[in-house]
Write a protein that binds this ligand. Structure first.
Ligand code: CA
Length: 315
């Protein structure tokens, strides 16, 4: 039985070549199927000019095709789709000398119509989650540098400049088998998820990503984040995809809070204040931000006061 969909999901994606590279080897997609499931995918290809573009495109196309034609059990969908992508990229890389050795990272978020979601990834593309003001990566990079940082051998600060920062421990399509990290996750109304290639997180610090993710609509945030990555050098292709979950059954004040940036503290009231402040349900200070259902009450109260004043003047 298909669970009742009680949530709206606002999604936006953007991919950009950056300021240095001549081609964009990233690829992304945001899809929805007839059962109310949404799929976001980001892939970052490697293996020469043509190989990188081909591998990331094949990964996204294979997940797209599986999503539309072979969705099946959502608990196993991402694993099946990632394995299919690995098979396809490896097969093509093995048969075409010009594409030999190509591969790609892959990160995907599957959003169910109810409270369930799923995440899978290979490589160093990431998924971040912003929930109740807390921003964190929910994927762990399959990279040499990521492993060193987790073991405490290299600091996060030194990792950013390390000559081996791009060495991946896992990628899709370079071998006949691939090890995929995947997990089922719970979804809360108000959650915001951000998928990205390393072209974003290597140029833009977590605090700046969290700030824009909290303050802007998904459409504005993806544009602002790509622009920021480019402003800070744009050394790599950069791809960002955002999904914001909105609860259709939420009270008006909460729903309005997700519609625009006015409910979330902005930088002028303290940079990154949103990191420590609740994203949802923040009380509004100005009359324009009052929930719409309260406005008729104020009108009636004003009329009663005017009538009382008129009666006193005439009496
Ligand atoms: Ca990259």
């Amino acid at each position: 039985m298909i669970p009742t969909c009680h949530r709206q999901v606002e999604i936006a994606s953007r991919s950009d070549v950056g300021r240095v590279r001549s081609a964009n080897q990233d690829a992304c997609a945001a899809l929805e199927n007839a059962d109310g499931y949404r799929l976001l995918v980001v892939a970052d290809g490697m293996g020469g000019h043509r190989g990188g573009e081909t591998a990331s495109r094949l990964a996204v196309e294979t997940l797209h095709a599986a999503f539309e034609r072979d969705f099946g059990d959502p608990d196993t969908f991402l694993l099946r789709a990632f394995r299919a992508a690995n098979d396809e990229i490896y097969r093509m890389g093995s048969s075409d000398p010009g594409l030999h050795g190509m591969g790609t990272t892959g990160v995907a978020l599957l959003i169910g119509p109810a409270e369930n979601g799923w995440v899978a990834h290979v490589g160093d593309s990431r998924v971040y989650r912003l929930r109740d003001g807390r921003f964190e990566a929910i994927t762990a990079d399959h990279s040499w540098i990521g492993e060193e940082v987790r073991r405490g051998r290299i600091s996060v600060e030194n990792a950013a400049q390390h000559p081996m920062k791009n060495v991946l421990l896992r990628s899709i399509g370079v071998g006949p088998e691939v090890e995929i990290s995947s997990a089922a996750i719970d979804l809360h109304a108000g959650d915001r998820f951000l998928l990205c290639s390393d072209g974003l997180w290597s140029e833009v610090d977590d605090a700046a990503i969290a700030d824009l993710l909290a303050r802007e609509s998904p459409k504005d945030a993806v544009g602002a984040l790509v622009d920021l990555a480019n402003a800070r050098g744009g050394a790599d292709n950069v791809t960002v995809s955002i999904a914001a979950l909105i609860d259709k059954n939420a009270p008006p004040a909460i729903a309005l809070g997700l519609d625009g940036p006015t409910e979330v503290p902005d930088a002028s009231r303290g940079t990154h204040a949103s990191l420590g402040a609740p994203l949802l349900g923040a009380p509004s200070g100005s009359p324009d931000e009052r929930p719409r259902w309260k406005r008729p009450v104020y009108v009636v109260a004003g009329l009663i006061a005017a009538l009382a004043l008129f009666w006193r003047v005439c009496a």
